[in-house]
Design a protein around this ligand. Structure first.
Ligand code: CAA
Length: 389
């Protein structure tokens, strides 16, 4: 990685980046291919990531986290994803989609009860917004939460829940007032073993196969009214605010995948010979290397800028939706470009499961889809540019 003239990393940043790199390369990289093949959730290494503070990097220590800043989070996540993007999304969802929302909108009691076990890595958290018939049009949900005395009763079917099969805690978004559309959505916190909550089928996936993804089915799930996160009707705003942070995490994931694929391609281009010279000496390969490197560094700049803007928002309160969307859009398209080029440079070996390059290629694709497709990122960016929202 180049030293970036416009971002200076503190000793603390370098320490967490190096700790994440050491751990990822020594403990995750060697098992990534096997986990990709089996699709088994990496319980042991996720627990170790918790012990190292990676599951709640920005969460204050009083709630079980590491108490570091957004750049520290991004640097650590990028390193984990260079080794394995499946571990990366488990870490990203835990930090961004789960802990962040409770930290920002939760009461003191909610923070203690719902953040502490998850930020400390003793338990896994999930975020449940999408439904079988509503993905990009997130407010068009069918799930309903009805107030009944001191409780809410939750009914509906949620899909594509990262860590759904294993999470102990869930933040779920349901309609409390359908007539109000976006302003009728509310957010609830609950333990996954609450009666009536059933984990549905585990999705068989193209990539990030060791991360577990499933439906969650809510059949008259009763939660106390104190589990409402924020105010009734505030759920859509909470879901979107949290996704801004999540998108920074996915940009870091995409960058990590791209870096891993790039490094493999760079080395191969220097070693593999054809027609009497290393293939990197042919302009067709050399120019690919140049474009891969340039796009990676541009993605990094957008990502770190979004991270710094998010950090600043802790005091200024300003939104960073556009910066997060640009970072995710560019980093995910870079991950696709770079993994595609890396596979091509490797030729037949790139297509073989003997090397991790085909896994990087499969893992990259999801970064253009989840936490808002590239089309949704373009919508967010253009609406702001055109003053449409
Ligand atoms: N921060 C704060 N508030 C926001 C916001 C944000 N980022 N985005 C929108 N809002 C607010 C708006 O200001 C507006 O409030 P007011 O009416 O008070 O002004 C309200 O929310 C409604 O906004 P919109 O009219 O823009 O809403 P919309 O219905 O047109 O939706 C959208 C906008 C950008 C398309 C949004 O629906 C969206 O981001 N969709 C994609 C959803 C998504 O990313 N899903 C992925 C789910 S998670 C996942 O992938 C699985 C996993 O586990 C990893």
């Amino acid at each position: 990685m180049n030293d970036l003239a416009i971002f200076s990393l503190t000793d603390e940043h370098k320490m967490i980046r190096d700790a994440a790199r050491d751990f990822a390369q020594s403990e995750i990289a060697p098992i990534a291919a096997e986990l990709d093949e089996s699709g088994e959730f990496p319980q042991k290494t996720v627990k170790k990531m918790g012990a190292l503070g990676f599951m709640g990097i920005e969460v204050p220590e009083q709630y079980g986290g590491a108490g570091l800043d957004t750049l520290a989070y991004v640097l650590a996540l990028e390193e984990i994803c260079r080794a394995d993007a499946a571990h990366g999304v488990i870490m990203s969802v835990n930090n961004s989609l789960y802990c962040h929302g409770i930290l920002k909108f939760g009461t003191e009691e909610q923070k203690k009860k719902f953040i502490t076990p998850v930020a400390s890595g003793k338990a896994v958290g999930a975020y449940s917004l999408t439904e079988p018939t509503s993905g990009s049009d997130a407010a068009n949900m069918k799930s309903r939460a009805t107030r009944d005395g001191d409780s809410y009763v939750l009914n509906g079917r949620k899909s594509w829940v990262t860590s759904g099969p294993v999470a102990e805690y869930v933040v779920v978004f349901m309609m409390t007032n359908p007539e109000k559309k976006q302003k009728g959505v509310s957010a609830f916190l609950l333990e996954a073993n609450t009666p009536g909550l059933v984990r549905g089928k585990k999705e068989p996936k193209l990539g990030i196969r060791a991360s577990a993804t499933s439906e969650l089915i809510f059949d008259n799930v009763r939660v106390p009214a104190e589990n409402l996160l924020g105010q009734e009707g505030e759920g859509f705003k909470i879901a979107m605010t949290v996704l801004d942070v999540g998108r920074i995490g996915i940009a870091a994931q995409a960058l990590g995948i791209a870096e891993a694929a790039y490094e493999a391609a760079r080395q191969y281009a220097g070693q593999r010979e054809a027609f009497g010279q290393p293939i990197g000496a042919f302009q067709g390969t050399g120019f690919k290397i140049a474009d891969m490197k340039t796009r990676i560094e541009a993605a990094r700049l957008l990502l770190y800028n979004a991270a710094l803007k998010k950090e600043r928002s802790k005091t200024s309160g300003e939104r960073f939706s556009q910066e997060a969307a640009m970072a995710k859009l560019f980093a995910s398209e870079t991950a696709m470009y770079v993994t595609h080029a890396a596979l091509q440079i490797h030729g037949g070996m790139g297509y073989s499961k003997e090397l991790p390059v085909e896994r990087y290629f499969r893992d990259a694709k999801i970064t253009e889809i989840y936490e808002g497709t590239s089309e949704i990122q373009r919508l967010v960016i253009s609406r702001q540019e055109l003053g449409l929202k």
